[in-house]
Design a protein around this ligand. Structure first.
Ligand code: ATP
Length: 367
């Protein structure tokens, strides 16, 4: 490596047009991603969408059928996993049962090349303190809780000082409360080290909670790559809109495009079922991009629907409700369409729900 090469701004990890096939099955389809230095980047999606395959391609356990993986701008084609400077933590932490916690972490250190400064014992202690297990070096792994074992696995993966940390569903075997605690710890450790981290999960809430950016995967391809807030508020596709959180997706033909004199907002009237709903035209869908006769698909979050607002009135019938503590999730039938409403009150019978046109988000519009 020439010291003269300026790598400022070079992505830490890139996948460029990567395809991975297994016989007839395409696990990863034309995948291009750039992960920035120091970023917490999450791959989220339903079972079978290609998350694990993507991570294995980055780690070097698999080779692309086509396309290229690059680390710091350089191709790693043909570079075996042990030479990629990655630390990997899997779902089943697989600690060595016949070694103590400290020995497990020291095993990770044996991959340090050249050996780091300080003694191994000191480094093991530092790593265990990092994962908040400073006093557990002499314990056997099977005397630890699942969450503690997973943190030991993380310390072991971090021991050689890798450039990139790869985590594949590291918490999926743990109970919900523990997962929530551990994800905060994982994020803190990542921030403390500033290590580029690629995280795989099927849990969309977890993805939103910990990540700098999220790639929502579907059928081997990312449908949207964006920060959590953008994914939630401005889903790019119908799949993203419904996979991440609850959503109401409605579509119909545009019957009018008008300006709302008051606040200079442009609105489209959309014929949905027997009614007409107004949605704000903004962002990619300014008034010029949408015309009468277009088919428009938009979404509105259940917490943005309200009872008796007067705007965009949809008379609906309550079909069921789930009490969730903080809110109640109410299933409604509006003219044969299912709507979801989040509310603190529990409505019964027939209710009229509505929404502010500015709270609707347009997913697609066109002929
Ligand atoms: P999960 O959340 O269930 O682990 P995933 O999103 O991680 O799913 P992958 O494990 O990457 O998905 O699998 C993507 C697709 O590729 C699936 O259809 C899977 O059956 C297939 N696949 C993965 N590995 C292999 C393999 N070694 N041989 C054959 N098919 C495979």
């Amino acid at each position: 490596d020439s010291a003269a090469v300026d790598r400022t701004g070079t992505p830490a990890v890139e996948l460029d047009g990567v395809i991975r096939r297994y016989g007839e099955t395409t696990a990863v389809e034309n995948l291009s991603l750039s992960v920035r230095e120091g970023e917490f980047f999450t791959l989220v999606g339903p079972s079978g969408c290609g998350k694990t395959t993507t991570l294995r391609l980055i780690a070097g356990f698999e080779d692309p059928t086509r396309g290229e993986v690059r680390f710091g701008g350089e191709s790693v084609t043909g570079v075996p996993p042990e030479d990629r400077d990655v630390g990997v933590v899997f779902q089943n932490y697989a600690l060595f049962p016949h070694m103590t916690v400290g020995e497990n972490v020291a095993y990770g250190l044996s991959f340090t090349d050249p050996p780091g400064g300080g003694s191994d014992a000191e480094r093991v202690r530092e790593l265990l303190e990092l994962v908040d297990l400073g006093d557990m070096a002499d314990r056997d792994p099977d005397t630890l809780s699942g969450g503690q074992q997973q943190r030991v696995a993380m310390a072991r993966a971090l021991a050689p000082g890798p450039d990139v940390l790869l985590l594949d569903e590291p918490m999926s075997a743990l109970d919900a409360k523990l997962r929530e605690r551990l994800r905060v710890q994982v994020r803190e450790i990542q921030q403390e080290l500033g290590i580029t981290t690629i995280y795989v999960t099927h849990d969309q809430e977890e993805a939103l909670a910990v990540s700098d950016r999220v790639a929502v995967m579907h059928d081997g391809t990312p449908e949207q790559v964006a920060p959590p807030r953008t994914i939630y508020r401005e889903p790019a596709t119908e799949f993203v809109a419904t996979f991440v959180g609850d959503n109401n997706v409605l579509s119909g033909e545009v019957t009018a495009v008008q300006s709302d004199g008051g606040n200079d907002q442009r609105l489209a009237d959309v014929a949905v079922g027997g009614g007409t709903l107004s949605v704000a035209l903004d962002g990619d869908y300014s008034a010029n991009a949408v015309s009468i006769g277009d088919r428009l698909t938009f979404c509105i979050r259940p917490e943005r629907l309200a009872v008796d607002t007067g705007q965009n009135a949809m008379p609906a019938t309550v079909t069921s409700a789930e009490f969730l503590g903080e809110t109640t999730r109410v299933h409604l039938d509006w003219d044969g369409r299912e709507l979801l409403l989040r509310t603190e009150e529990l409505p019964e019978g027939t209710v009229t729900v509505g929404f502010d046109p500015a709270d609707a988000h347009i997913v697609t519009a066109g002929r």
